[in-house]
Design a binder for this molecule. Structure first.
Ligand code: ADP
Length: 163
């Protein structure tokens, strides 16, 4: 059985992430979406909120599981007994960081490979950061994120305004 981890911040999950999830879940037997609990990144959504949204949008897939983690990715991969890490590549700018990370993980974790899926062309420009910027200025995010995520973004922005 081929088990893979697709790690990320998912702050929040976008159609770009969902596309990678859908495509990789067809390749592997089990896909664990690892949600990084990294406060240094100052996320907009808490890890619990990010997990909840991911669970909602992946409810239709029976081989996808959403699991939060902190610490080293390679330790999480070993704990979950995954033999593969999946990452998405959008542009050449992603490449340098991703190459470094995959080589480091290769050194740290014997036997855990990294596999890259190139983005579907329609999502190549899409990032959680852009989506948050659009939402912060009251723009329509429905082209970029599922409806449930759009609602949570609007709620978060209203709460920020009230604060
Ligand atoms: P991280 O903070 O680890 O980069 P992200 O949530 O930004 O986490 O991204 C998680 C993974 O999803 C990364 O491999 C990233 O390259 C990929 N990804 C993000 N957006 C897209 C997209 N629009 N198309 C393809 N892959 C994407």
């Amino acid at each position: 059985m081929l088990k893979a981890i697709y790690p990320g911040s998912f702050d929040p999950v976008t159609f770009g992430h969902l596309d990678i999830m859908k495509r990789s879940s067809k390749i592997v037997d089990r896909l664990i979406v690892g949600v990084l609990n990294n406060n240094a990144k100052m996320p907009l959504f808490s890890v619990a909120e990010r997990v909840k949204m991911l669970k909602e949008v992946s409810a239709g897939f029976d081989n996808i599981e959403i699991v939060p983690f902190d610490g080293l990715l390679i330790d999480f991969a070993k704990k979950m007994e995954a033999e593969l890490i999946i990452r998405g590549l959008r542009a050449i700018t992603d490449f340098e960081y991703e190459l470094q990370m995959s080589q480091t993980n290769h050194k740290l974790g014997s036997g855990v490979e990294t596999m890259f899926l190139t983005t579907s062309i329609e999502y190549s420009y899409l990032s959680s950061t852009t989506v948050k910027e659009i939402a912060a200025f009251g723009g329509d995010t429905s082209q970029f994120v599922p409806e449930a995520v759009k609602r949570e973004l609007e709620k978060k922005m209203r709460a920020k305004e009230a604060y």
